[in-house]
Design a protein around this ligand. Structure first.
Ligand code: KET
Length: 405
């Protein structure tokens, strides 16, 4: 039979997806998947936060909850509370009613809605992302019709931030260019600017008339404290300028599959905010009409209730602390094996990932010989490790580094 679809070409190899598929198809019982940013417990299990279970039970018992459509911009209380979470309780921008927040499909959906809005309403079509950055950033912005360029971020020599290069590249961006900044726990490098460096970045962004677009996927995962991790964003919002923020509750509430997040657009006046809000609704409506309800209801229940909020911060700190202890254990295990090289970056880096410095050849070899899977750039999810798997990984890294220099 003739096929309308027979001309479809196979998709090019996707670096992240191919690792995930290779791991899925590996029958080895002790295989270890460190490729995706997903938190696992010390027992190697996915974690549903206790406070999330409690919120779900409360929602299930509330017979006044129905399953009607949410408005195009989502649950109103969720939007208000999400904006407060990132901007702070005392945000002038919120008080002055110049903040637009709309519920979106997690961090990815928030970035995409923001990108679509900018492609339609912003004159400047160039967007600068860090080199390297989360692999989906270039796809999201390109598909929306924007042109992606890179600014220097990681220096492989120092395994640190190429701060001079970053400032130089951002400073050379054309006026109005969009600059994507990860607010904390940078993926994949685990390297964040210091507060003094953020201040210099802010000055350059503002003096060149650029538009900052924060990707806030890991609030609370860097330091274990929600307010400390929001400092970079708050610094930009405090100067009264415009700012986009894509927020995700996938990681910090463990709500990966609920696809719950928010896009916040900080405007310069209430009048601008009203116009922006009306146009964002037109971006969302033809895409998915309105967002799903369950995740937003969970987040709202937790953020609204001071006891539940406190319980959440304790569980979140527990996750962040476990990640820090995994870093320490991995570093010590590699040291104990006498693996050549300086591995202190593993304990210096911040957040869910470690950019280990092992190369693609070594990554592929570890998958084949040790059944350990990580992205080809050598990034591992530290949050997926536990005390039992650390020695397995340290053995593999030691063997890969000593055999395949
Ligand atoms: N921003 C960044 C920087 C990020 O790392 C992710 C996810 C997202 C946004 C989107 O997350 P969402 O679940 O849409 O809220 N990163 C992990 C997930 C993936 O790519 O599969 C990761 O890098 O492993």
């Amino acid at each position: 039979m003739s096929s309308i679809l027979s001309n479809v070409l196979p998709a090019p190899e996707d670096h992240v997806l191919s690792v995930i598929f290779a791991c899925r198809d590996d029958p080895c019982p002790v295989k270890l998947n460190l490729s995706a940013g997903a938190y696992r417990t010390e027992e190697g299990k996915p974690l549903v936060l206790e406070v999330v279970r409690k919120a779900e039970q409360q929602l299930a018992n509330d017979l006044s909850c129905d399953k009607g459509y949410l408005p195009i911009d989502g649950l109103a209380d969720f939007n208000k509370l999400s904006a407060k979470l990132i901007l702070g309780d005392d945000s002038h921008a919120v008080e002055e009613n110049r903040v637009v927040t709309i519920q979106c499909l997690s961090g990815t959906g928030s970035l995409r809605v923001g990108a679509e809005f900018l492609a339609k309403h912003h004159q400047q079509r160039v967007v600068f992302v860090p080199n390297p950055t989360w692999g989906n950033h270039p796809f999201i912005f390109t598909l929306a019709g924007l042109y992606v360029e890179y600014f220097r971020y990681y220096d492989p020599q120092t395994r640190g931030l190429d701060f001079e290069g970053m400032l130089e590249d951002i400073g050379a961006a054309p006026s109005g260019a969009i600059v994507v900044l990860q607010s904390c726990a940078h993926n994949p490098t685990g390297i964040d600017p210091t507060l003094e460096q953020w201040e210099k970045i802010r000055q350059i962004v503002r003096s060149k008339g650029l538009l900052p677009f924060f990707d806030n996927a890991y609030q609370g995962f860097a330091s274990g404290n929600l307010d400390s991790d929001a400092q970079s964003v708050r610094m930009f919002v405090a100067d009264g300028g415009e700012c986009f923020i894509a927020q995700s509750f996938a990681k910090n509430m463990g709500l990966y599959g609920e696809r719950i997040g928010a896009l916040t657009i900080v405007c310069t006046s209430q009048d601008v905010a009203r116009k922006v809000h009306s146009q964002v609704l037109l971006v969302v409506r033809p895409m998915y009409l309105s967002p799903p309800m369950h995740g937003a209801s969970i987040v709202t229940t937790i953020l609204k209730n001071s006891d539940m909020y406190k319980d959440w911060t304790i569980e979140l700190k527990g996750m962040a602390d476990r990640i820090i202890s995994m870093r320490q254990q991995l570093y010590e295990a590699i040291q104990a094996r006498g693996t050549p090289g300086d591995w202190s970056h593993i304990i210096k880096q911040i957040g869910m990932f470690s950019f280990t410095g092992v190369n693609e050849k070594q990554v592929r070899w570890m998958a084949k010989e040790y059944h350990i899977y990580m992205t080809y750039d050598g990034r591992i999810s530290i949050a997926s490790l536990n005390s039992k798997t650390v020695p397995q990984l340290a053995d593999a890294i030691h063997a890969a580094v000593t055999r395949l220099a």
